[in-house]
Design a protein around this ligand. Structure first.
Ligand SMILES: Cc1cc2nc3c(=O)[nH]c(=O)nc-3n(C[C@H](O)[C@H](O)[C@H](O)COP(=O)(O)OP(=O)(O)OC[C@H]3O[C@@H](n4cnc5c(N)ncnc54)[C@H](O)[C@@H]3O)c2cc1C
Length: 391
């Protein structure tokens, strides 16, 4: 990757975008369609991104990364999605690494970050959601009990993506029960789990087949022993550490949605110009033009908020509400653009070889994960508008 791109801080990173687009052109629709049918992992694509340095571009130069701002990572993910590829296979490494970077000890950082930057180990699993607690994270039940110089972990997680393709996982556990804490957000801790050691020794992984190809899994912990040395930060403060990384996650995923939306708008416009029915291009009919123009406008508006959120994050400003708004608007823009793209293609929108239906399935996720639309609306209603909390 071209390190000189750091000079574009705050800019739009045109060189990075061009390089990513070039890389993505080696992974055309047929590649993704084959993996989609097999629900297989894009190993070659992720290896290519890793070797080109894109997955470590947020790691500081002192630890072997490129030390670029979040806005650069946004440009990478947007271009991946705009090209019809899917960053969901690996995007987590960009933000899970932040938990370690901000709250890990120097030893933990030295042990892991340079190896991640060299592409030798992968940290792309992030274990928060549980079957019984859902969005209400303070009610997680996965429990870690101290036993000498280890924690013993028992419980279950669900929807934890990429665990079969990751060497390490950031895991949120309860170390003190909710009832014994002054605040419900206290008493949770973050452990760094070495999946290679844990698998078969207290950790089992069950893949979940979903409507799109996402490598997500359910996890079961049965007396898994994790060294106390793998505790990130202080015991009991894990919720704050996890929340801290969520703004970056939301802004990055919003960028993927902008990429998807641009993919759909480009594809719909091209098809509307080429396809002739009743002796003229369908795009000559305003009934076909206007929804595509509307999707374009919606995408540009969302993209402006995403850029704004990334700039605030990079400036170290509080950006919780902006990150939430960016994620919601971008996910809605990509969904609306996808819907318009299918409508524009008529019957062909449903044919696998056009890649529209695949992207349509893929982009739907982002109105639910990593945070659902209702929870974003609730955040804005209470934090920005001062209304009472409903939960
Ligand atoms: C493919 C996929 C990959 C994922 N990857 C990961 C991962 O890697 N790591 C991880 O930790 N998690 C992951 N998740 C989990 C994801 O973050 C959650 O699914 C999401 O946060 C919603 O939680 P839930 O599914 O338990 O829904 P629930 O919490 O059960 O909510 C169900 C619905 O009810 C609504 N709702 C709930 N409470 C309220 C309320 N008080 N007011 C209004 N509406 C409400 C929600 O908005 C939602 O629409 C993934 C999920 C999927 C589907």
């Amino acid at each position: 990757m071209n390190q000189d791109d750091s000079s574009h801080a705050g800019g739009d990173f045109p060189e990075i975008r061009q390089e990513v687009a070039r890389l993505c052109s080696r992974y055309p629709g047929e590649y993704w369609r084959r993996l989609d049918a097999e629900r297989a992992y894009p190993t070659e694509f992720v290896r290519d991104l890793t070797e080109s340095g894109y997955l470590s571009l947020l790691i500081p130069e002192a630890y072997g990364g490129s030390g670029l701002p979040l806005a650069a990572a946004c440009a990478v993910l947007e271009e991946i999605h705009r090209a019809g590829c899917n960053g969901g296979a690996c995007h987590a490494q960009m933000y899970t690494m932040g938990t370690l970077l901000r709250h890990g000890s120097e030893v933990q950082k030295e042990n892991l970050l340079p190896a991640i930057a060299r592409g030798e180990v992968r940290l792309q699993a992030f274990g928060v959601t549980e079957p019984t607690s859902g969005t209400d994270t303070t009610r997680i039940r996965t429990r870690a009990v101290r036993d000498g110089d280890h924690y013993v972990v028992n419980g279950a997680k669900i929807w934890i993506s990429r665990t079969e393709h990751s060497d390490f996982m950031i895991l949120l556990v309860r170390t003190t029960s909710r009832e014994d804490c002054a605040r419900r957000t206290d008493g949770m801790s973050v452990l760094l789990v070495d999946i290679r050691e844990a698998l078969g020794n207290g950790l089992s992984i069950k893949p979940i087949r979903t409507m799109m190809n996402h490598a997500t899994t359910a996890l079961f912990f049965d007396n898994l022993r994790v060294p106390v040395a793998n505790l990130i930060g202080e015991e009991g403060r894990g919720f704050r550490y996890i929340m801290d990384g969520m703004n970056a996650e939301r802004i990055l995923i919003a960028s993927e949605c902008i990429g998807d939306a641009r993919f759909f708008v480009d594809k719909a416009s091209r098809y509307a110009i080429e396809r002739e029915v009743f002796g003229r291009p369908i795009g000559q009919n305003q009934g076909v033009q206007f929804p595509i123009a509307r999707a374009y406008i919606q995408t540009e508006a969302a993209a402006a908020i995403v850029r704004d959120a990334a700039a605030m994050y990079d400036a170290g400003l509080p950006c919780g509400s902006k990150a939430n708004m960016a994620k919601m608007l971008a996910a809605e823009a990509s969904w609306a653009a996808g819907d318009t793209c299918i409508q524009t293609h008529g019957g062909y929108g449903f044919a696998e070889e056009y890649d529209v239906e695949r992207k349509f399935r893929e982009t739907r996720l982002y109105q639910v994960a990593p945070i659902s639309t209702n929870l974003i609306l609730s955040h804005i209603a209470t934090h920005e508008l001062g209304m009472p909390k409903s939960f």
